[in-house]
Ligand binder design. Structure first.
Ligand SMILES: Cc1cc2nc3c(=O)[nH]c(=O)nc-3n(C[C@H](O)[C@H](O)[C@H](O)COP(=O)(O)OP(=O)(O)OC[C@H]3O[C@@H](n4cnc5c(N)ncnc54)[C@H](O)[C@@H]3O)c2cc1C
Length: 485
């Protein structure tokens, strides 16, 4: 009997074999499979990845290719506008079906809709699935039929309505259809000259196996302490560190949800901590709802009143912030952790973002871009949504008068100084009392610790009280402007 025409499985932000609805459907179609990843170019391409994400993608695609080969498949790599790559591949191989999991940014949605139409017009069966979210942005509606703009009712509605679908096992065997592939190395995703990725490689194991290992390790203990440890950046396993794996779809949120529920059912996790953890997964979902209904979330103020905000411009201050040279140890430690590992603890992300947008009064978009370039978990929804939340311009945002005090935040959440000592070793010998404010130490204490302010460690880029007051004035003026309208 002749073999049926092949099907194309287009991998995008779902680089895994297990619990992948599009792959499951493609594999069970009985057709030979072309597993495809497109390096999209052209006007309709998604936002170009930052450096750290490119490093991750390189590793993740290599892992995916190896996992596919182990079950008889191959990963086909192509470059170009997605529409023309798919049209050419269908033409070349005679494929009669195309499957993918959906994405939620506007350019991506437009591309996907155009491709679906073009393929259907040619008689190609084209189907899409939800492989990325617990609930898709149009599924959860308020009583009046709108979308949720505030997190707490969103979370309540999600808990009340969400039932995880049955898990989909990874296919055991795939019959590959042949198609030419570009070589992954030719994409030059790995940084060269210089290769700055050593710290990333030490910290992470990209790919589905790495994701499952992280999840298991987290559920085997840390999840039950999460309610307390999630705010302590010095704790090495205080949070799950699943974010880059979720970003690239090496694990899906439904897998995380089911695994947590299973531990709860077996009474192997603390109920409160597990719920707090799931609520963080829900913040990711909420961010995707925001992105879906506000496609320019990464550039435009969600709250348009912020278009009149009196931001400063200062390349020198921005550069000092990026490099972890602000003179505030908790901020500098965070920015250096980011540079070294491609990740930063959530509490510290909030502190550094507050320093940029409040103390330094610099536009949040600059911070968003720096994070986009340097985070391995740089996410098209969570990154802009979180930046806007901190700046006060976002949905359900932090109130404008909330200006994080970098000294007391450090003392409160890194009291023993493990985090600052790890990332700012030049301050390691300072006593705890001065670790978060070296500029308050007397000359003798500084000399004893080998710290020379302005030489071995910077003086504060801005006086805390002055920066705080300037921010409050600017935010207050904006608010008054708004009320006067
Ligand atoms: C300024 C700023 C920028 C951020 N940029 C990103 C980003 O680009 N990508 C990203 O995934 N997260 C971002 N976050 C959210 C959060 O800091 C990270 O998701 C979290 O630190 C990842 O670590 P974890 O996996 O150990 O989280 P855990 O505490 O273990 O949480 C589990 C998962 O829930 C999700 N999550 C947790 N907190 C949030 C949150 N506040 N918003 C959305 N999702 C959340 C993540 O997917 C995370 O992996 C940002 C936060 C701030 C304040």
């Amino acid at each position: 009997m002749p073999s049926p025409a092949p099907a194309i499985l287009w991998f995008r932000e779902d680089l895994r074999l297990a619990d992948n609805p599009a792959l499951d459907m493609a594999a069970s179609s009985g057709r030979p499979l072309i597993c495809l990843y497109i390096r999209e170019t052209g006007d309709s391409a998604p936002r170009p990845l930052g450096g750290a994400s490119r490093w991750w993608l390189n590793r993740s695609l290599a892992e995916l290719a190896a996992s596919l080969e182990a079950i008889g498949g191959t990963l086909v790599l192509r470059t170009g506008p997605a529409e023309s790559v798919l049209a050419a591949l269908v033409q070349e191989t005679g494929a009669e079906a195309v499957f993918w999991n959906r994405r939620y940014g506007l350019p991506e949605r437009e591309t996907d809709a155009a491709i679906k139409k073009a393929l259907k017009d040619k008689g190609v069966n084209c189907q899409s699935f939800n492989g990325r979210l617990l609930v898709e942005p149009w599924e959860l509606k308020t009583g009046s039929g709108g979308w949720y703009k505030v997190f707490t009712p969103f979370w309540r509605a999600l808990q009340a309505s969400y039932k995880a679908p049955a898990p989909l096992p990874a296919p055991r065997q795939i019959k590959a259809a042949f198609a030419d592939s570009e070589a992954l190395s030719s994409w030059k995703l790995h940084p060269e000259k210089p290769d700055w990725s050593g710290g990333l490689a030490e910290a992470w194991q990209p790919g589905e196996n790495g994701a499952m290992a992280r999840l298991e390790a987290f559920l085997d203990g840390p999840v039950s302490r999460y309610a307390e440890t999630r705010n302590l950046p010095g704790e090495l396993d205080g949070t799950s560190q699943l974010s880059p794996h979720l970003r690239f779809g090496e694990i899906g949120p439904a897998q995380v949800w089911r695994a947590v529920q299973a531990r709860l059912a077996a009474q192997k996790a603390d109920e409160n901590s597990a719920r707090v953890f799931l609520s963080e997964i829900a913040w990711r979902e909420f961010s995707y709802t925001l992105l879906y209904y506000n496609p320019d979330l990464a550039t435009a103020n969600y709250n348009a009143a912020f278009n009149r905000m009196g931001w400063r411009r200062s390349d020198a201050d921005y550069t000092a912030w990026c490099r972890g040279q602000t003179g505030y140890p908790i901020v500098d430690a965070g920015m250096r952790e980011l540079w070294h590992t491609g990740w930063m603890h959530n509490r510290v992300r909030m502190i550094v973002a507050s320093m940029l947008t409040k103390h330094l009064l610099l536009p949040w978009q600059g911070g968003e871009e720096w994070f986009w370039d340097t985070l391995v978990d740089a996410d098209p929804a969570s990154n802009p949504a979180s930046w806007q939340w901190t700046a006060g311009s976002g949905a359900d945002a932090a109130p404008y008068f909330r200006v994080f005090n970098p000294i007391s935040q450090g003392q409160k959440f890194d009291g023993a100084g493990d985090y600052v000592r790890r990332w700012c070793p030049e301050l390691a010998r300072l006593p705890d009392k001065y670790l978060h404010a070296p500029f308050e130490a007397d000359a003798q204490t500084l000399a004893k610790a080998g710290v020379k302010l302005g030489t071995t460690y910077p003086k504060p880029i801005i006086d805390h009280a002055m920066g705080r007051q300037r921010a409050l004035d600017a935010y207050k003026a904006l608010k008054e402007d708004q009320t006067a309208e």
